[in-house]
Design a protein around this ligand. Sequence first.
Ligand SMILES: Nc1nc2c(c(=O)[nH]1)N[C@@H](CN(C=O)c1ccc(C(=O)N[C@@H](CCC(=O)O)C(=O)O)cc1)CN2
Length: 295
Amino acid sequence: MSASVIDGKAIAADVRASVAKAVSQLPGQPSLAVVLVGEDPASQVYVRNKVRQTEEAGMVSVHHRLPETASQQDVESLITELNADDSVDGILLQLPLPKGLDADAAIEKIAPDKDVDGLTEVSAGRLTLGKPGLVACTPTGCVILAKRALGADLSGKHVVVIGRSILVGKPAALLFLAENCTVTIAHSRTKDLPAVCRAADILVPAVGRPGMVKADWVKPGAAIIDVGINRVDAPEKGEGKTRLVGDADYADCAEVAGHITPVPGGVGPMTIACLLRNTVLAACARRGWNVPEGL
Ligand SMILES: Nc1nc2c(c(=O)[nH]1)N[C@@H](CN(C=O)c1ccc(C(=O)N[C@@H](CCC(=O)O)C(=O)O)cc1)CN2
């Protein structure tokens, strides 16, 4: 293996430490409201981690649970209440929502100044126009990881993002563009995807297809920021056991890449760290506080 491992767990811990330091310098405590609808087991783990890490950073965490049977109106009414609650700085609606609920419509109810997930049309529009605003957490984490691997100046690097989702692919492309990268968004209709990927200095697979990216898709020395978190069967660990893998075939790609994020322990932990950072930024903007240096 030749690639150096980009340690997302350690880098996320650094980001959380800088958030905690910033919080300790603020005149008040930012607060984050997390809304979980239903019983999705993975979402329950993510929300538990969000609540714990928010508190560990010195902020107030408010956790709202709605049952699997909640109606669209139940979800939207709760969001409206949280919008009106001046003590709440950030609102996060955990995704996916149970079947039958319209996530886009619910997200649109979130007040843009509390949209710490960066998913409302106002936040997406600000990002597209290059205006300051709250930016989706996973894409922000991807850029931080790329900078840690390659240095703060990414200008001129060719970034290929595979996937055009609203949560990751599109905002990641815009964020790398804002860093003066040359950006290609590849997707299911892209012709000769391996050749397109081989042009990348930074390859960002974000499609949810375990092990799709192979070594011969990778330019020697490139950085792979793997957004995929896929649970697959792991019979080698015992019957019925599973393990997490990325969208890149890690062992294969690590032979060719210069830098690679592991799964688990790569992009995933950055998502929550960046959420905490957004909560501080939202609190500062709403309450007229200066953003502490180093955030
Ligand atoms: N409202 C949102 N919903 C969802 C988002 C989001 O950004 N906003 N992203 C994902 C889930 N997610 C956070 O919500 C998330 C996913 C993964 C991780 C993480 O740290 N993963 C670990 C592995 C954890 C495990 O063992 O299962 C890793 O990759 O190392 C954190 C947050 C969808 N929903």
